[in-house]
Design a binder for this molecule. Sequence first.
Ligand code: FAD
Length: 494
Amino acid sequence: MAIIGGGTAGWMTATALAAHLSAENCTIRLVESEAIGTVGVGEATVPPIHRFHKGVGIAEEDFLRATKATIKLGIHFIDWLRPGADYVHPFGGFNIDGGDYAPRGFHHLLHADEAFDAYNVQIMAGRAGKFAPKAGGRDKALAYAYHFDAGLYAAFLRRIAEERGVSRVEGQVVDVERHPDTGFIAAVILADGSRIAADLFIDCSGFGGLLIERTLGAGYDDWSRWLPADRAVAVPSARHETPSLFTRSTARESGWQWRIPLQHRTGNGYVFSSAFLSEQAAADALLARLDAPALAEPRTLRFVTGRRRRSWIGNCVAIGLAGGFLEPLESTGIFLIQASIQHLLGLFPGRDCDPRLADRFNGEVAGVYEDCRDFIVAHYTCTEREDSEFWRYCKAMPLPDSLADRLDLFRTRGETLPPRGSFFGDLSWYAVLTGQGLTPGGNHPVASTLPDADRHKMLQRARAQVALQVAAMPDYAHFLAPFEATKDHSLAPA
Ligand code: FAD
């Protein structure tokens, strides 16, 4: 098998396949080009990353040290509803289920004017600056993810993959040979003339989609009418305080700005639409709003939000940016890589690469992308902001039917109804839709049969339980200290 590309997607795929396939039956080679490089961003994650690490045998301590990672309990959204307003989209669910009275989610027990924050341990711990991998009290695992240094993560995975037999080939693919009968890819040719043949090719070559698009012409569904941001300017800055337990996302005049705190520095970026703001103006705005001095020159990345129409064709499967791109508002890039790897492993083909497996893969991956897309679009369109051309466009833009239906159901009866198996569950939708100013238009009919005094008691108990769990946790700084002991001061500004 050959993997083309050594960014996060390439090395995650190599590590996972090396862990799950026997080396006697399958040799894995990864081709990457230092001259081309990687996008080098992608630093905030979501909790399913634990499943990936467990599956490939990564110990958390090693990972935290190697990638200078910090803990993430959710995203703090600032100025998204209107300047001055904020909310948190936390990980996890409500720390209580509604029992028989709220069969479709605890939020049905809340009245429209009641906040949900006190029922989610991640929000309360994040605000209090507390963290322990277990939530205390009931010893329930806390739902958390990481912020990490993307370059260090790729290097960390590379070391693991190479130890497990993956061989890395340095070189630039300049040509592709196809089988004359099947159209399958037979080999890639490198600039130095060497030929890499394989039965299966994984295209992790980034935005260009070297094999899936340039060779096989998969086609691309452009979703920029719903997600108009097409640029990001990114710059690291010096660390200036104990890292927050939340990624920070601040709405700006033509997009939004991220702040991702790591052990040794802070990642910053402005995601914006070039139809409404120039690259220079975006870079100036970003630099003017950093919390601490910049550590490098700002770098601009260009993208088109959307997805390959087919990400598996013949004997080629595209993973990562080669398969599609959703802007990073909800940190879904690495999650989408992981989901693609999981679906590929589940449908892993023989030499014939049965097209029915490819069809199934394409359908499954399309579902995951569309689900994440709708969730991200909801942040933009449900807003009171009308203070710039960009926000006026987002507020009025036509929506995917699937999202329009979802929003309508929420407005009429407070249902979120995420698709089965969706990563963004009831709490995610509830947090973001209410945070963006939507009022749930009612409760599940069964919930209203609970007498109000019982409802109050139940809510009070749930809040008290969350408060107890948070009180039992140590300060986050205490958790982080042993990892920070290996701080690299060379990155601090002079
Ligand atoms: P790349 O990093 O571009 O790697 C492509 C590889 O292919 C490189 O090794 C390159 O050398 C190689 N290559 C290309 N052409 C050739 C050739 N001809 N011959 C040989 N090798 C070749 N995701 C998240 O989960 N969280 C985030 O917070 C997040 N933030 C993001 C912010 C921005 C602005 C952007 C653009 C993306 C973000 N993402 C995020 C997405 C995340 O960065 C990507 O999903 C991730 O980095 C995977 O990239 P990749 O490996 O597919 O591509």
